[in-house]
Each structure stands twice: as structure tokens, then as C-alpha cells.
Design a protein around this ligand. Structure first.
Ligand code: 8ID
Ligand code: ZN
Length: 349
């Protein structure tokens, strides 16, 4: 029995805070499923959405959240490949048209009709979330729903970013923002892929976490007096990083990465600080033959692969669990840059 109303965190005005209140439970359309949420991660994107940081319009009265794991409780007549009772993940990409050139060539995130969980459609900060059947990620019942939640955005995104960078086993990746949600998972995926990690972030708690997760060197951007030199010194031969994953919510690193990238290296922009620009010295970019590219979540198969790494026990990033009611407090800590790893919200029964 699915109730008519449910608890949700609703952003009623730009800047928030979200309001914990009762709202209706929607019925799934023909090509949709209804997932009873058990756990959801809190991504910095949810804070950007609440604050209206980006040049992309946010749904009014938004229920945020886009890394949710739960159980399918209802489905439409055209929802194939997933059944009531299956465990399922809701991702940032809630749906896409499935017939444009991007969808046809496995670039669903680039679909012009893409629907985004917790941004253009209601997301996972509620008891019952709707997703397009073609895009929900079916999860085996052995997978713990709390630990897998952050994989559904953060994990997929960093895994895809590492693939896009073209780095090979044995090479070095500098992870900027390594102590955050994406960064902690990025370090684990990099290790699992046979890469060497230089972690860049601030503070002792994040240092301890990054080292425990397998980073070879931690460079503290709040303490270093010459970050470029410190990062280069941490790479083999002092030549710089083969790849740089930019995950920080700060513009500075986006302008600095070329300086510690190795010649022929690749810089992957993933973090989305508000009103920020990528700026690079033309001279160094040219004579070092550096590649700079963006990477945006992942396609459906990237999701399957990212979860496979997790299922094989290769990904163990720390997370803290608090009830859905405490989302405003989590956002406050996130604003202050005080979260090492990820927060996961437990959804009430
Ligand atoms: O598909 C995508 N491209 C995608 C997917 C998911 C998330 C992009 N994102 C974006 C988010 O919207 C956000 O802008 O990635 C960014 C990081 O998300 P997150 O990991 O969820 O944020 P966090 O947990 O707050 O971690 C950010 C870390 O950056 C560090 C902070 O200390 C924190 O640990 N940091 C900052 I702020 N400035 C830094 C600097 N100058 C820095 N680390 C190193 N150098
Ligand atoms: Zn996210």
C-alpha cells in the first residue's frame, strides 16, 4: 500500500533552507517506476541547485537529491527491464529521449531533453521518487543501499572522468578536492584502476582520510606556499600529473592545473563552481601539449560499471549517515567545506 502523502525536503525559495514537509506521492507514468527510497547521498550539486548557482533553470518547489537507492514499489505498463521488488538506484540523469543522436551514441547525459533528478524533476530527498525505467539502475539485492548511494552520482562521475582522461595503470592522477564526496570516491576508483594518486585538499581530517584511502601524497592547499611545485614534486620525476581531476568548488584550481599537469597530460573539469571560468596560459598549454576537457556524469553503462567496481569490494569510501530531517545541517557543513567524504541520508519508513 503506497500512501497518498509522504515526507520530503522541499526547496521553496532560492537559497533555501529546504523545508521538511508532507507532499503528495505521484503515480508513475507508463514508462516510469516509483522507487521507495531507503538512502540518498548529498552531493554538492544539491547545494548549487538550492542556491541557483548555475545558468540552468531549477524546478519550482524542488525536491533535491540524485543519488538515491531503494526498492521499486510501482511501475507503468511500458516500464521494462525492472520489476516491483527490485532494488534500484536513481541517478542525476532521471530520463532522456533515447532517440536523439546523443542518446543513440551512448551520450545520454548530452540529450537536449534530459530530465535531471533533484533539478528539473523531483529527486531523492523524499520517501518515493519517480524515475524513467530506462534510466534507473537495477541493483543486486546483496548490495548495501546506504554505501551504494554515493556511487550513483559521485562514483559514476569520477569513474567516467578517469576514463575520459585516458590515463593508464601506473600513471599519476592529481585529484583536486580529494577530500570531498567525489574526491574520496575518485581516489578509490583511481587505486582500483591501478593509478597513483596525488590528493589535493585542505585540513588534517581530509589528509588522514586521503592517506587512508590510498593517496601517495597529500598536498594541503591551505598550507602550501607553492602548490604547483609541491604537486609536481609529488609526481614521478617531478614531471607533473598525467591527469588532473578538477573536483573543487573553487575557481582557482581551474586556472592553475596546466602548471602541474605533465606534458601531454589531460585536465578533466568536473567541479562546477558558480560563475567560474577555465583560464590557462596559452604558452604552457601549447608547448606542453596539454588537453583540457569537461566530463559530465556518465551514461547508463558507466553506471553499471561503476557499481560493478563497488560490488567487487574495490570501493570503500567513508560516509556518515543521518536522517533525512538533517539535510539543512548537512548543507551548512558542506558550505563551510567541513565534510570529509560523503553524507548519506536515511529516509524514514
Ligand atoms: O558530472 C559532473 N561534472 C558532476 C557530478 C557531480 C558533482 C559535477 N559535480 C560537481 C558538484 O556540483 C561540485 O561543484 O563537483 C563538485 C564537487 O562535488 P562534491 O564532491 O559533492 O563536493 P564536496 O564534497 O563539497 O567536495 C569539494 C571539495 O573541494 C575542496 C573542499 O575542501 C572539498 O573537500 N576544495 C575547495 I572548495 N577548494 C579547493 C582547492 N582550492 C579544494 N581542494 C583543493 N584546492
Ligand atoms: Zn551529484
Amino acid at each position: 500500500e503506497i500512501p497518498d502523502t509522504q515526507w520530503a525536503q522541499v526547496v521553496e525559495k532560492i537559497g533555501g533552507p529546504p523545508v521538511y514537509k508532507q507532499i503528495p506521492v505521484r503515480k508513475p507514468g507508463p514508462d516510469e517506476v516509483l522507487v521507495k527510497m531507503k538512502y540518498t547521498g548529498v552531493c554538492h550539486t544539491d547545494l548549487h541547485a538550492m542556491n541557483g548557482d548555475w545558468p540552468l533553470e531549477v524546478k519550482k518547489n524542488l525536491v533535491g537529491g540524485h543519488e538515491g537507492a531503494g526498492i521499486v514499489v510501482a511501475k507503468g505498463s511500458l516500464a521494462h527491464g525492472i520489476e516491483i521488488g527490485d532494488h534500484a538506484g536513481i541517478k542525476w540523469l532521471n530520463g532522456s529521449c533515447l532517440q536523439c543522436e546523443f542518446c543513440e551514441t551512448s551520450d545520454e547525459p548530452l540529450c537536449l531533453e534530459a530530465q535531471l533528478s533533484g533539478y528539473t524533476v523531483d529527486g531523492t530527498f523524499q520517501q518515493y521518487t519517480i524515475g524513467k525505467a530506462a534510466h534507473v539502475l537495477k541493483l543486486s539485492k546483496e548490495i548495501p543501499l546506504d554505501a551504494v548511494a554515493p556511487i550513483l552520482c559521485a562514483g559514476i562521475t569520477v569513474y567516467k572522468g578517469l576514463k575520459e582522461s585516458g590515463v593508464r595503470p601506473g600513471q599519476t592522477v592529481a585529484i583536486v578536492g580529494a577530500g570531498g564526496g567525489l574526491g574520496s570516491l575518485g581516489t578509490q576508483y583511481a587505486k582500483a584502476m591501478g593509478l597513483r594518486v596525488v590528493a589535493i585538499d585542505g585540513g588534517e581530517e581530509k589528509k588522514a582520510m586521503c592517506e587512508q584511502l590510498g593517496a601517495e601524497v597529500y598536498v594541503d592547499f591551505t598550507k602550501s606556499t607553492d602548490l604547483v611545485a609541491d604537486v609536481k614534486a609529488a609526481t614521478p620525476g617531478g614531471l607533473g600529473a598525467h591527469a588532473v581531476l578538477l573536483l573543487a568548488v573553487s575557481e582557482k584550481p581551474f586556472q592553475q592545473a596546466v602548471e602541474y599537469a605533465r606534458s601531454r597530460g589531460t585536465i578533466i573539469a568536473i567541479g562546477l563552481p558558480a560563475n567560474a571560468f577555465l583560464k590557462a596560459p596559452v604558452f604552457e598549454t601549447v608547448v606542453k601539449m596539454v588537453t583540457i576537457r569537461g566530463s559530465y556524469v556518465g551514461n547508463r553503462q558507466d553506471g553499471v560499471e561503476a557499481v560493478e567496481f563497488f560490488e567487487r569490494g574495490l570501493i570503500n569510501a567513508p560516509f556518515k549517515t543521518v536522517p533525512l530531517q538533517e539535510l539543512p545541517e548537512v548543507f551548512e557543513l558542506m558550505k563551510q567545506g567541513k565534510i570529509a567524504g560523503r553524507y548519506v541520508l536515511e529516509i524514514p519508513e
